[in-house]
Design a protein around this ligand. Structure first.
Ligand SMILES: NC(=O)c1ccc[n+]([C@@H]2O[C@H](COP(=O)([O-])OP(=O)(O)OC[C@H]3O[C@@H](n4cnc5c(N)ncnc54)[C@H](OP(=O)(O)O)[C@@H]3O)[C@@H](O)[C@H]2O)c1
Length: 348
C-alpha cells in the first residue's frame, strides 16, 4: 500500500510525516525548502565507515541526504559535509518496520549499508543482513523509491562456512525479491583512514612483539579503497544500466594475509615477528575473544578467514563502473604514519 504521507521536517532526529496535501500547504522553512527543490536519498548506516564517504559524495552532487541510523546524535559529524539543512541524521532501526517506512518516505534513492561483524543482543546476522534489507527494500518499493543500492560483501555465499557470509547472501536474495532493479555492491575488505583492519593491526604492532598469522596467513584478499567504493555507489546510482546487477568491488591487486601484514609493518616502520597460529589454537582464542563485549575476533570471523576473499570473476567490477581502483601502497601512508615509532613527525 502506498504511503501518502510526506516527510515535512525533522524534530529531534525524528521525521515528521504529514499527509501530502498538508505538507505542501505548509511548506516548512529550511529542511523542507530543500526537500521541495532537491532529490532525496535515504542512506541506512550512513554514519559508518563507508557510509560517510557516500553521504559526502551525495551532498556534493546536490542530493538532500537523510541518514538513517539508530543513534542520530552520533552522526552529527556528517552535517558539515553538506550545506545547512542538506544532511539530516534520523533515528531508524532496520529491524523496526515503522521507522524503516518513515525513513524512506519521499526518497528517490535508498542506499543500505547496515551491517555487523558479530552478533550482540537483538543484532543477529539474519535480522540485520537478511530480514532488515527485505523490510527496507519492501518499504522502498511501497514508497515509490526509484533506485535501491544494497551493499553486501564479497564473502556472500549461501554455502559460506560463516553465518556472516550466509546471511549476506540471504540479504541479496531478499532485496532482489522485493526490489528487482536494485543494484548489489559486494566489496572485499575496505581500507581507508577509519578502517577497522589496518588500524587494528597497526595498533597491535605498536604494543605487541608479534602479529598473529591465522592458519599460516595464506588466505588471499583484494582490499578496495573506501573512496572507490563510494564512487562505485555514485556510478551505480547515476547509471540506469546497473539496475538489477551485482558488482564485485576489489582493489587492483590480491595479497595473502601475510603479505598484507608485511606491507603494514613496512608502512609503519616496525619489525615484528609474524607468528603463525595453527587453526585449533586460533579457534580456542577466537572462542574466548568472542565473549568480549566488542570482540576483536570471533569464531564466525575465523571461518571467513579460512576462505579467499577475492572476486569470483562472475560479476562486473569497478572497471565496468568506470573506476580505476587506487592501490593499497598509494593510500596507506596517508593514515598509517601516526603508528610509526615517534609518530607522524618522526621523519621530519
Ligand atoms: N568495512 C569493510 O571492510 C566491509 C567489507 C565488505 C562489506 N562491508 C559491508 O558494507 C556495509 C558498511 O560497512 P561499514 O564498514 O561502513 O560498517 P560500519 O562502520 O559498522 O557501519 C554500520 C552502520 O550501520 C548502522 N547500523 C547498525 N545496526 C543498525 C540497525 N539495526 N539499524 C539501522 N542502522 C544500523 C550503524 O549506525 P548505528 O550503530 O548508530 O545504528 C552504522 O552507521 C556493511 O553492510 C558491511 O557488511 C564492509
Amino acid at each position: 500500500m502506498r504511503d501518502f504521507r510526506q516527510p515535512w521536517g525533522n524534530v529531534n532526529g525524528q521525521i515528521l510525516l504529514l499527509p501530502e496535501g498538508l505538507a505542501s500547504l505548509y511548506p516548512m522553512r529550511g529542511t523542507a525548502g530543500w526537500a521541495m527543490a532537491r532529490r532525496l536519498a535515504t542512506v541506512f548506516g550512513g554514519s559508518g565507515f563507508i557510509g560517510r564517504y557516500i553521504v559526502q559524495r551525495l551532498a556534493r552532487r546536490g542530493w538532500l541526504v537523510r541518514v538513517a541510523i539508530r543513534r542520530p546524535d552520533e552522526a552529527l559529524f556528517l552535517k558539515p559535509m553538506g550545506d545547512v539543512g542538506q544532511i539530516t541524521p534520523v533515528a531508524a532501526n532496520i529491524r523496526h518496520e515503522r521507522s524503516v517506512s518513515a525513513a524512506v518516505a519521499g526518497a528517490e534513492a535508498v542506499i543500505n549499508l547496515v551491517g555487523i561483524l558479530y552478533e550482540r543482543g537483538p543484532q543477529r546476522f539474519d535480522a540485520v543482513h537478511a530480514e532488515g534489507p527485505r523490510r527496507l527494500a519492501r518499504a522502498a518499493k511501497i514508497a515509490g523509491v526509484d533506485r535501491f543500492l544494497h551493499v553486501s560483501a564479497l564473502g556472500a555465499d549461501p554455502a559460506s562456512p560463516a553465518a556472516y557470509g550466509r546471511s549476506k547472501a540471504a540479504g541479496e536474495t531478499q532485496v532482489l525479491d522485493q526490489f528487482p532493479t536494485a543494484t548489489i555492491l559486494r566489496p572485499s575488505i575496505v581500507f581507508g583512514p577509519e578502517d577497522d583492519f589496518f588500524n587494528r593491526f597497526a595498533k597491535m604492532a605498536q604494543i605487541l612483539p608479534a602479529l598473529p598469522l591465522i592458519g599460516d596467513g595464506r588466505t588471499r584478499f583484494q582490499p578496495v579503497y573506501v573512496g572507490d567504493v563510494a564512487d562505485a555507489a555514485m556510478a551505480a546510482l547515476e547509471n540506469p544500466g546497473t539496475q538489477g546487477r551485482t558488482y564485485e568491488l576489489a582493489g587492483p591487486k590480491a595479497y595473502t594475509f601475510k603479505g598484507l601484514m608485511e606491507i603494514l609493518l613496512a608502512q609503519i616502520g616496525r619489525r615484528r615477528l609474524l607468528l603463525p597460529i595453527p587453526m585449533p589454537l586460533a579457534r580456542l582464542q577466537a572462542g574466548l575473544l568472542g565473549l568480549l563485549p566488542q570482540p576483536p575476533l570471533t569464531l564466525d570471523q575465523l571461518r571467513l578467514l579460512e576462505r579467499d576473499n577475492v572476486p569470483s570473476g562472475q560479476f562486473a567490477g569497478l572497471k565496468e563502473l568506470g573506476i580505476e581502483p587506487e592501490g593499497l601502497e598509494a593510500i596507506l601512508p596517508s593514515y598509517l604514519e601516526r603508528f610509526r615509532p615517534g609518530g607522524r613527525f618522526a621523519r621530519a
